[in-house]
Design a protein around this ligand. Structure first.
Ligand SMILES: *Cc1c(COP(=O)(O)O)cnc(C)c1O
Length: 352
């Protein structure tokens, strides 16, 4: 059909399954804990009448709260509908050159999708066989750089020295550091934003703040970068975030104690799970996130994935080279992980 030649076609990102039944859900890196009780309070007392009005186009209530929380100026903060929205805006804004952008060959698979949909040329830079990102591999001509630290789906973190090296060696490129998992470990690049105008750090409230359903993400960087981002945002959709999301984001930031407690619980359970998986013969990069990317020599990851699913335990399996040897297992509650380990023990005894 001839009209189809003018259509923007793209192979979309595939999100993890969201089964409607109650299962042990360890497949999309959500929090197993409820968001802060302050979030519930805000939602219960939300004034529905106020929804007649458009939300604040500059999302001031939330950018102000984030600026205070991170000790930066308000015009160093950009917010969006999850960090997916923020990152998508970043690709559209910062990667408008002709030279290819760089990102690791194994990383958040959405980067390649945004590059494709916006027609941005890209080069996937191989990680080492230990899933390490080598800063010197990014010392080449490029139109921009993006990577996740800690990385996904490997769970591995790179040192701040390595991150700084990439930023320093690429002063003519915008460098985006996706810190979706930094609450669980690794070193944040935030202290560097005051020194490097070309650095943008993205964060999300979906993981450690248990607000995946609310869609709240943000970016922190130099005033210049934030201004460029806002110019593009206001040229696409002035009202990205809805009023309840803005209020919920502020409420979450007000409950630091709860955030710390639940994050610490996830980290403790992660360390326990590492020990158990090791005993069962699994190998994995040392995770600094809320998931473990595990492989067991001689065991089909795909079969294990299917068998766990039959037992109502959902983990993530990627059907692509290298990754297909692994399962990405989100850290749930301690009890959920104990069930997982028990089921794995039984399965490995019986079938493998
Ligand atoms: C989960 C995730 C995101 C996006 O999260 P949002 O829910 O859109 O905020 C971004 N980057 C990485 C690496 C992630 O794992």
């Amino acid at each position: 059909m001839s009209f189809e030649k003018n259509i923007r076609t793209v192979v979309p990102y595939t999100p993890g399954e969201q089964p409607q039944r109650r299962v042990i859900k360890l497949n999309t890196n959500e929090s197993p804990y409820a968001p802060s009780p302050k979030v519930a309070e805000v939602l219960h007392s939300f004034d529905a009448d106020s929804l007649r009005r458009y939300p604040q186009p500059d999302c001031h209530v939330l950018t102000e709260a984030l600026a205070a929380y991170h000790h930066v100026e308000e015009d160093q903060v950009f917010v969006g509908v999850g960090s997916d929205d923020v990152l998508s805006m970043c690709f559209l804004t910062f990667f408008a050159g002709e030279k290819p952008i760089l990102f690791p060959d194994i990383t958040y698979s959405f980067y390649e999708v945004w590059a494709a949909v916006y027609r941005i040329p890209f080069i996937k830079v191989p990680l080492t066989d230990q899933f390490e990102l080598r800063p010197e591999d990014y010392r080449r001509e490029n139109g921009g750089i993006v990577f996740a630290n800690p990385n996904a789906p490997t769970g591995k973190a790179m040192s701040l020295t390595g991150v700084e090296q990439i930023i320093k060696e690429n002063p003519d490129s915008v460098v985006i550091v996706d810190e979706a998992y930094v609450d669980f470990g690794g070193e944040s690049a935030l202290p560097l934003i005051s020194r490097y105008d070309n650095l943008l750090v993205t964060r999300t409230m979906s993981k450690a703040r248990a607000l995946a359903g609310m869609r709240i993400g943000y970016a922190l960087g130099s005033k210049k970068l934030i201004r460029y981002l806002n110019d593009v945002k206001f040229s696409v959709n002035s009202y990205t975030m809805n009023a309840p999301s803005l209020a919920v984001g502020v409420a979450s930031l007000e409950d630091e104690r709860y955030f710390r407690e639940t994050t610490a619980k996830t980290i403790a359970t992660r360390e326990w799970t590492k020990e158990q998986l090791k005993k069962l013969g699994f190998f994995f990069p040392d995770s600094q996130t809320n998931f473990i990317f595990a492989s067991r020599p001689g065991t089909s990851a795909e079969r294990l994935f299917e068998q766990l699913k039959q037992r109502d335990i959902y983990v993530r399996y990627f059907r692509q080279p290298v990754l297909d040897q692994y399962l990405r297992i989100t850290i749930g509650t301690q009890q959920e992980m104990e069930t997982l380990i028990r089921e794995l023990e039984t399965l490995l005894k019986k079938n493998f």
